[in-house]
Design a protein around this ligand. Structure first.
Ligand code: FO1
Length: 323
């Protein structure tokens, strides 16, 4: 266990790939872009949360990262746009249309654009880079695959439902017995994903939900074996702090699927593919048991309450991966 990495390496020359889910990953990327040039960074993003509603293709994890890095995200929700209006949803509700998944009027513009470009035959990766470019994000933003990949959740009382039906429709407040990623076995990594993960000096698994945000990415053929082969350059950040997830159902999903809802459970989850697991100060007493499971525990502040903490966490993670 070390209390932080030495800082002698010049990060401006390092290429970094980040395995990303939604809100936690977006905050981490915002910290990372304070400490390394954006064009050194590639984000490989989960698309298992994607959903087609009202005929529109919605990519929540991609959009959460775009809006966060563009400093346009709603600070209270962590997703969607700040200063949003909801007239389209109100009109939909007037007609009794499905309004359980809140799509703001400006946010709808993103889904209209993405859906229109998909209809023209553009791959999701091309559309995502068009969207990232229009917000001047600078980093490479890659969906893990351009193919269909859908996180499906089996609940005790209803059987298998879609991820957003679970996460939003039922407020992730129903017990889960299984999670699967429909389409995983036949999908392939999007252009640039394998190259980025093969060539990155450092790989960071962002503090996202291991079960439903990181695992869909690992389920894409070739990704898990690549990260396992490159474990020596890979660091994971625990999204579980003091046995709890800061946001979302990561703790209860780990428990419901038979893992400890703790940094030890996360260490088991990532032990093959990360040489270091960064855990929060709140879990310093568990560092020895994390290191005994596999990844070396590195204790620091992982609660990204402001830009400075996010930057420090990013700096610590990259130095640990390079170390
Ligand atoms: N999360 C909610 O809890 N309620 C919503 O109504 C909701 C709408 C929504 C619309 C666009 C978008 O990009 C994200 C949205 N999210 C909403 C978040 C979404 O469920 C994400 O998948 C989660 O944040 C998990 O990554």
């Amino acid at each position: 266990m070390t209390s932080g990495a030495s800082n002698e390496v010049d990060l401006s020359a390092c290429s970094i790939a980040v395995i990303c889910g939604g809100v936690g990953a977006a905050r981490f990327l915002a910290g990372l872009l304070q400490v390394v040039p954006a064009d050194n960074v590639t984000a490989v993003v989960n698309v298992g949360d994607d959903v087609v509603l009202h005929g529109l293709h919605i990519s929540p994890d991609i959009d959460t990262i775009v809006y966060t890095l563009a400093d346009a995200v709603s600070p209270t929700r962590g997703w969607g746009l700040d200063g949003e209006t909801w007239q389209a949803m109100e009109m939909l509700a007037r007609y009794g249309g499905p309004d359980w998944f809140s799509l703001g009027d400006a946010d709808l513009g993103t889904h209209l654009y993405r859906t229109g470009r998909l209809a023209e035959g553009a791959p999701l990766s091309e559309i995502t880079s068009e969207i990232a470019r229009s917000w001047h994000l600078g980093l490479d933003l890659l969906p893990v695959t351009n193919d269909r990949l859908e996180t499906r959740v089996t609940t005790v009382d209803e059987g298998e439902i879609g991820f957003q039906e679970y996460f939003v429709g039922r407020k992730h407040d129903v017990p889960v017995t299984a999670v699967r990623f429909s389409g995983a076995e036949s999908c392939s990594p999007a252009p640039g994903v394998i190259d980025a993960l093969e060539s990155a000096d450092a790989i960071v698994i962002a503090p996202s939900n291991p079960v439903v945000s990181i695992d869909p990415i690992l389920a894409v053929p070739g990704i898990r074996s690549l990260l396992t082969r490159r474990a020596d350059s890979t660091v994971a950040i625990s999204p579980i702090i003091g046995g709890k997830a800061l946001k979302g159902p990561a703790d209860r999903l780990l428990r419901e699927l038979g893992f400890d809802a703790s940094v030890s459970g996360v260490a088991h989850w990532y032990h093959e593919m990360a040489k270091v697991l960064i855990i929060d100060n709140a879990d310093k007493d568990l560092a020895a048991s994390v290191s005994a499971i596999g990844p070396r525990a590195l204790v620091t502040n992982t609660i990204m309450s402001d830009a400075a903490v996010s930057a420090d966490l990013a700096r610590t993670a990259v130095h640990a991966a390079l170390g």
